[in-house]
Design a protein around this ligand. Structure first.
Ligand code: MG
Length: 370
């Protein structure tokens, strides 16, 4: 059997307003602005990928992703899409940074390779189907409004909530206490400061929140300051999770060697795709670090691939996959199903998700090759 070859690649922009702007310690977001990729092979199969840029964390916007994708696409034409390791190594060597764009190619290649193998992606990655839940996110707001949102999620069967914090000690403690009072003592809460604190504030807030049943705290301090992260961890009873500090395997090795955190938040969009995310998970496993998989503002397309990744690696204990909620008019067909907080992957080959045909037809885009 001869190997398939890539014939052409569609690159499209998808932009929709969020139902409500969302706010966190780094900024405010009013629109989704993602890129969809479709990599076609001469055997009639195609793979779907997505880039969800985050200017504060990966340094990308929709236009940057579009330009970067146009730059990378010609290099793939005529090559075997099922040689995923070779293709992703080429992509990584062609473009430093631009991790969301590299992730879009990576997801499309894995989708195509798993389809060619006739396997759902979790099986292609050597895993098996398992059930897990996602948290729901409370965006930065007043304590009262965050408590109201928490109650609404509780009524929607949430089993764990993630709260955005990271403005000031007084406000953040008030936010957590208000949410805790609203949902009762049992439901675990995760908090995410998005680098909003200095070291002293982080230690102070975390001390005040002992007894609030906080499962872990993401990224208390500035992403580059691994030493401060390690010192906060040493003084905190609440486990510390690295998010913005953890971009790639080099960061993973350093964080693990320094004992700078208890947990990793792996985002394929930060790592440059699943191939690097898998490598980070392997480093974590060796170091005894458990992982969460997190997202930017991906649609259910990328979320489907991430859900398969979670199934494939038992050391991923936590999932933060609720970005689909900002798309009330879901642009995706097939793929992962969200039953309240329960995440159910499909058994169709690949990650199972595609852009709805009526949405695809309206997208602004370009074709490379063909
Ligand atoms: Mg985070």
């Amino acid at each position: 059997m001869s190997a398939p070859h890539i014939t052409h690649i569609d690159i499209c922009k998808y932009r929709v307003p969020f139902p409500e702007p969302i706010e966190f310690a780094l900024g405010r977001i009013t629109h989704s602005a993602t890129i969809f990729l479709r990599i076609h092979a001469d055997n009639g199969l195609y793979g779907m990928g997505e880039a969800s840029p985050d200017p504060w964390i990966t340094g990308e916007t929709q236009d940057i992703c579009f330009a970067a994708a146009r730059y990378l696409a010609p290099h793939l034409l005529g090559k075997d899409p099922t040689a995923v390791t070779a293709r992703t190594a080429e992509i990584d060597s062609l473009l430093l940074h631009n991790s969301s764009t590299r992730c879009a190619f990576d997801l499309a290649l894995y989708d195509l390779a798993a389809k060619q193998a006739g396997l759902p992606l979790y099986a292609y990655l050597g895993g098996e189907k398992r059930s897990f839940v996602t948290d729901f996110t409370l965006w930065l707001d007043t304590p009262e409004r965050m408590a109201t949102a928490a109650l609404a999620y509780q009524q929607a069967r949430a089993v764990v909530l993630k709260m955005k914090v990271g403005t000031s000690r007084e406000d953040d403690v008030a936010r957590v206490q208000a949410v805790r009072a609203a949902v009762g003592p049992e439901m675990p809460l995760r908090i995410d400061a998005n680098q909003g604190w200095d070291e002293d504030t982080a230690v102070g807030v975390l001390r005040e929140l002992v007894g609030c049943n906080i499962e872990f705290c993401e990224q208390p301090v500035a992403y580059r300051d691994f030493e401060a992260l390690a010192r906060v961890r040493a003084q905190s009873v609440i486990p510390i999770m690295a998010d913005e500090s953890l971009l790639d395997q080099v960061d993973a090795e350093r964080l693990a060697a320094m004992g700078a955190c208890d947990l990793f938040n792996i985002k394929p969009g930060k790592a440059g795709g699943l191939h690097n995310a898998l490598a980070i998970e392997a480093i974590a496993r060796q170091a005894g670090i458990s992982c969460m998989v997190g997202v930017f503002d991906e649609t259910r397309l990328a979320l489907s691939a991430y859900a398969h990744f979670i199934c494939a690696r038992p050391n991923i204990l936590y999932a933060d996959l609720d970005s689909y909620l900002v798309y009330p008019d879901d642009p995706i067909s097939g793929g992962v199903i969200f039953d309240g907080p329960h995440v159910i992957v499909s058994d169709t080959p690949g990650h199972g998700a595609d852009v709805r045909e009526d949405v695809w037809e309206r997208l602004e885009g370009t074709v490379v090759g063909g």
